[in-house]
Design a protein around this ligand. Structure first.
Ligand SMILES: Nc1ncnc2c1ncn2[C@@H]1O[C@H](COP(=O)(O)OP(=O)(O)OP(=O)(O)O)[C@@H](O)[C@H]1O
Ligand SMILES: [Mg+2]
Length: 178
């Protein structure tokens, strides 16, 4: 077992990325998961691009990652837990993401790189989202002049911050009301 709360050295990340192969379970002292095909695609993209790889390793190091666990994702997004309170989110998108309205989870740091957005975000609670939570976020979006156009009624796109505030998680999925 990787000692709890110990920052992962940079060389260990190299090992992780090198061990990412199709149909192979990643098994390192600090990372154990079976990757879903989309997450595999994300990690392969990182693996095949030395500059991107270096940037991401620096990112993880800077934020004192103590683990690397696949949480969830979809076609464009992969989310990994990197410590007790942080996630790494990798998104394939051509959108230029540089502003985050208040109803949206605010990343600590964002890196846009060749059609990819990589972010470090606070970890949210994703269980027990209520209709009230959704309505709170939808209302906040409206007050800020935004409309959620995709997945509004889907609990998956909402999370509760440690301070109890519900936030919208998905990149995109909303637009400015004209
Ligand atoms: N900050 C976070 N903390 C904890 N879990 C998160 C966080 N952000 C996302 N997740 C988890 O990852 C899942 C996927 O995230 P998100 O909704 O942003 O992408 P997605 O809908 O899977 O994207 P797409 O389907 O477009 O690829 C969420 O449903 C949630 O369970
Ligand atoms: Mg979603």
């Amino acid at each position: 077992m990787w000692p709890f709360n110990m920052r992962i050295p940079k060389e260990e990340y190299e090992k992780l990325l090198l061990s990412v192969k199709p149909n192979k379970k990643v098994n390192l002292p600090w990372a154990e998961f079976e990757l879903d095909p989309n997450a595999l695609k994300h990690l392969n993209k990182i693996n095949n691009d030395p500059e991107l790889k270096r940037k991401i390793i620096d990112f993880l190091y800077k934020f004192k990652a103590t683990e690397f666990k696949y949480i969830n994702g979809g076609f464009t997004t992969s989310v990994f837990s990197i410590s007790e309170g942080l996630v790494l989110k990798i998104v394939f998108t051509s959108e230029d993401i540089n502003s985050f309205p208040n109803f949206v989870i605010k990343p600590y740091e964002v890196l846009s790189y060749k059609g990819l957005v990589v972010m470090i975000c606070p970890k949210v609670k994703t269980m027990g989202i209520t209709k009230k939570d959704r309505l709170t976020v939808i209302k906040e979006a409206q007050n800020e002049g935004f409309e959620i156009v995709d997945g509004k009624d889907d609990n998956d796109n909402y999370g509760i911050l440690p301070n109890g505030k519900p936030k919208w998680l998905d990149i995109g999925g909303y637009k400015k009301i004209k």
